[in-house]
Design a binder for this molecule. Structure first.
Ligand SMILES: [Zn+2]
Length: 99
């Protein structure tokens, strides 16, 4: 029996996720949605996290990347509210307002 090199698997998975998300941000819908979906699937399969810089770049419900036409961003009392215009999912990210 050949032992699986889990470290290597994870490294390759991370690499693939990076490539797919990079592609998703550059391509048009509906292909970009598919790229995000694949990246999410790899992430869950190999138990790796989506890199922080991509965390808020797509809707986690329908995998649509956030752009000016697919999302609406508003600031509301210390909370950044991102609304997905495809499925209506609302994501709230707290931030510190400047005085
Ligand atoms: Zn959505």
């Amino acid at each position: 029996m050949i032992r699986r090199d889990k470290k290597l698997e994870k490294r390759i998975a991370r690499e693939r996720i990076e490539i797919l998300l990079e592609k998703a941000l550059k391509t048009e819908l509906p292909f970009s949605r598919r790229y995000v979906e694949l990246a999410m699937r790899i992430a869950s399969r190999y138990r790796t996290r989506i890199p922080d810089k991509y965390r808020n770049t797509f809707c986690r419900k329908c995998y649509t990347p956030y752009t000016s036409t697919t999302s609406k961003i508003r600031l509301d009392r210390g909370v950044k509210v991102i609304k997905c215009l495809n499925c209506g999912f609302v994501k709230r990210i707290p931030y510190k307002p400047r005085r």
